[in-house]
Design a protein around this ligand. Structure first.
Ligand code: ADP
Ligand code: MG
Length: 395
């Protein structure tokens, strides 16, 4: 068992909490604050125990100087202040005298939020490559490190693995809960067990299939993920999302698991991703050259339903269509209806998939909505997660 925040006396200690505040922000406005809300339990507990609370998080991917304005955590500090009813001091730097002074001046129960950890990526990807000096420096700012960012638990970054390598550490309540819920799927899941995969991060996620297929009875594939498989199966996919380097992998998977990998038989197509644009319902051998497949069709939903109806365990990552755009939301919405009408233990993971659950009002009907997409997939694969492994074991 891993140590948790409860295993430490936090009173008067500087406690660094790595949160997942990777929320959608447009023009300074937070579009979905559910990740912030889910981190409150750990922050509130640390304050109640009398800790000096130092919060860190990444936000988006920071590649250029211009990205800094788009990906500042300042709006999160403001939102957090309201939710905690306590001023959260925002430090617009990731290192330096100003930050160190602010921490030195903290009183018990004070809260500080440090700027986006990925600003350090502008200088040789120090955060994302777990630069040893950076991890050591951040660790030097606190006494105890608590990892409460499940979304990045599968990454080896300076702000998780790096800090944890240097000071006493444990898990926050959010990560503890995620692990408890996901373990239901790794430790003898009730069968039949079906996984639904979709979404747009195809190259990131397609590789997990070879591992997951040995654990689940079926994998239903929708969303952007489906089209590389459909192309590998010989269909013309028009301008749909396709990962060319993965075609031979997909072909091999389809040959090895013809009865376990289930692909769409029809899709909704259009020539642009725009609200209420003209759409077509096509069988997968009818997609035209200038069209993109942007949702699964009604016949595919019928097929998927047959695989899901009598399931005891269902995991879903990645929307099966561009659910944010009017005209392509039906597949994702109907799939929520189908899975929430089964008797299965239902676990849905991923930032966008979770957002779809909220958008269509299904979040309370699902057994567990995970904050991590890639992270939950990696956990289910059973591969080693260094940022989790490094956390101290209970004696
Ligand atoms: P998650 O955040 O849940 O892990 P992803 O980030 O992998 O999921 O993918 C979510 C995105 O996938 C959504 O923004 C959705 O619009 C997009 N998407 C779903 N289906 C398709 C498709 N057929 N073509 C292109 N994008 C798609
Ligand atoms: Mg996403």
């Amino acid at each position: 068992m891993k140590k948790t925040i409860k295993d430490y006396d936090l009173s008067g200690k500087k406690v660094i909490i790595r949160c997942d505040f990777n929320v959608p922000i447009e023009n300074g406005i937070i579009k979905d604050e559910s990740r912030i809300k889910k981190s409150l339990k750990t922050i509130r507990y640390a304050r109640k125990q009398g800790a000096k609370v130092i919060l860190m998080s990444h936000l988006g991917r920071v590649k250029t100087i211009e990205d800094k304005e788009k990906y500042t955590l300042k709006p999160v500090a403001e939102r957090l202040s309201k939710l905690l009813r306590k001023k959260v001091k925002f430090i617009n730097e990731t290192r330096g005298q100003n930050l160190e002074n602010a921490i030195d001046n903290m009183k018990d129960k004070d809260v500080i939020l440090i700027e986006n950890t990925r600003f350090e990526d502008l200088d040789g990807k120090k955060e994302s490559n777990n630069d040893k000096e950076l991890g050591k420096y951040w660790a030097s700012l606190g006494d105890i490190f608590i990892n409460d960012a499940f979304g990045t638990i599968h990454r080896s970054h300076a702000s998780n693995l790096g800090i944890a390598s240097n000071i006493p550490n444990g898990l926050g309540f959010l990560v503890e809960e995620e692990i408890k819920k996901l373990t239901k799927l790794t430790n003898k899941p009730r069968k039949p067990y079906t996984i639904i995969l979709g979404g747009a991060k195809v190259s990131d996620k397609i590789g997990v299939i070879s591992n997951l297929i040995t654990k689940a009875d079926y994998i239903l594939i929708g969303g952007g993920m489906a089209f590389t498989f459909l192309k590998a199966a010989g269909f013309n996919i028009g301008s749909s999302l396709c990962e060319r380097e993965k075609l031979s992998y997909c072909k091999e998977m389809l040959e090895n698991y013809p009865d376990k990998l289930i692909l769409p038989i029809d899709v909704i197509t259009a020539t642009e991703i725009k609200d209420n644009t003209k759409t077509h319902e096509r069988f997968i051998n009818e997609i035209e050259e200038d069209e993109m497949g942007l949702d699964i069709g009604p016949r595919t939903l019928e097929v998927f339903k047959q695989y899901l109806d009598d399931c005891k365990t269902i995991f879903w990552n990645g929307p099966v269509g561009c659910f944010e755009t009017k005209g392509f939301e039906n597949g994702t919405k109907e799939l929520f209806e189908i899975i929430t009408n089964t008797k299965a233990y239902t676990l849905v993971g991923g930032g966008d998939t979770a957002r779809a659950a909220t958008t269509f009002n299904y979040e309370n009907k699902i057994s567990h909505v995970s904050t991590g997409g890639g992270a939950s997939l990696a956990f289910l694969e059973g591969i080693e997660l260094p940022a989790l492994k490094i956390i101290n074991e209970k004696k």
